[in-house]
Design a protein around this ligand. Structure first.
Ligand code: T3D
Length: 257
């Protein structure tokens, strides 16, 4: 069985981390395969990506048996070849990536989840910045995203203490968008992906670009980028369709063009 499951259905690319007996911990094979699948999601037929984990966990981060193996990959390679490319690919993908956190998300697993565009979790899921417990610092973009999402104080405390936080606490802190009760989580998280897959994909891409940029640029630069990206969005077919549908009082039929 492959460590990553991939399926395209109704314009959605479904990626499932699939090492359930290891709580979907990342080994090299899984990290590289995940990158391949993110590349496949560049295809025009995919308008939204839905990322989740198989079994009980979302992901327990790095496979610690692999790093303990003297023949396993070196830590510098693990970051430069596994996690950093994954996080870059998610942030640069020209369509929304929904992280559907179905269970515990620890270490790199937690930080890959929170770098996604729309992060939702099932009520029983938990988030752990597990790094300090094994003598590491947060990676996979965690030192960038976490303080921006939840503020410096909470980010420092969570990463230093390595405390487990519940999905509801994570939502209250701003680490994620919404928590759904366990019995409706699948259905509700699919619904979000379905909605996104029918929206004006190019406008969502430019929105993602503008918000990515907002993290690093100043006010004047941001206004400039908004002008540029809005002009691009206004040249799409979906923009024309959106305005026309509004004027004709009907539901728009967006095609991602
Ligand atoms: O050098 C580097 O490491 C560089 C890379 C850094 C990136 C990182 O992600 S560092 C952080 C690595 N992750 C962790 O430290 C988390 C380790 N796991 C845990 O703390 C716990 O397993 C959890 C809190 C995630 C879940 O706890 P619990 O009690 O619900 O489950 P469990 O019994 O601990 O785990 C279930 C199974 O998954 C178990 O297998 P077994 O004994 O039933 O055969 C366990 O060994 C396996 N598992 C869980 N996490 C990992 C793992 N196997 C390998 N690597 C793991 N990270």
């Amino acid at each position: 069985m492959s460590s990553i499951l991939f399926e395209i259905k109704d314009s959605i690319g479904f990626i499932t981390l699939n090492r359930p007996d290891k709580y979907n911990a990342f080994n090299r094979e899984m990290a590289l395969l995940f990158q391949d699948k993110l590349d496949e999601c560049k295809s025009k037929e995919i308008r939204c990506v839905y990322l989740t984990g198989a079994g009980k966990a979302f992901s327990a981060g790095q496979d610690l048996a692999e790093v303990a193996d003297p023949n396993g990959p070196k830590i510098t390679h693990i970051l430069s070849e596994h996690y950093n490319p994954i996080v870059r690919k998610i942030r640069k993908l020209s369509k929304p990536v929904v992280a559907a956190v179905n269970g515990v998300a620890a270490g790199a697993g937690a930080n890959i989840a929170i770098c996604c565009d729309v992060v939702v979790a099932t009520e029983s899921a938990t988030f752990i910045q597990a790094f300090s417990k094994i003598g590491l610092i947060p990676d996979s973009g965690g030192t960038f995203f976490l303080p921006r999402l939840i503020g410096l104080q909470k980010a420092l405390a969570l990463t230093m203490l390595g405390d487990k936080v519940t999905a509801t606490e994570a939502e209250q802190m701003g680490m994620l968008y919404k928590v759904f009760a366990d019995d409706v989580f699948k259905e509700q998280s699919f619904k979000i992906a379905e909605t996104l897959s029918q929206m004006p994909t190019k406008a969502l891409h430019y929105t993602k670009q503008a918000l990515n940029q907002a993290f690093i640029s100043g006010f004047e630069e941001q206004l400039h980028d908004e002008e540029l990206l809005q002009e691009r969005a206004s040249r799409t077919q979906d923009y024309k369709e959106g305005v026309l549908a509004f004027l004709e009082k009907r539901k728009p039929n967006f095609k991602g063009e």
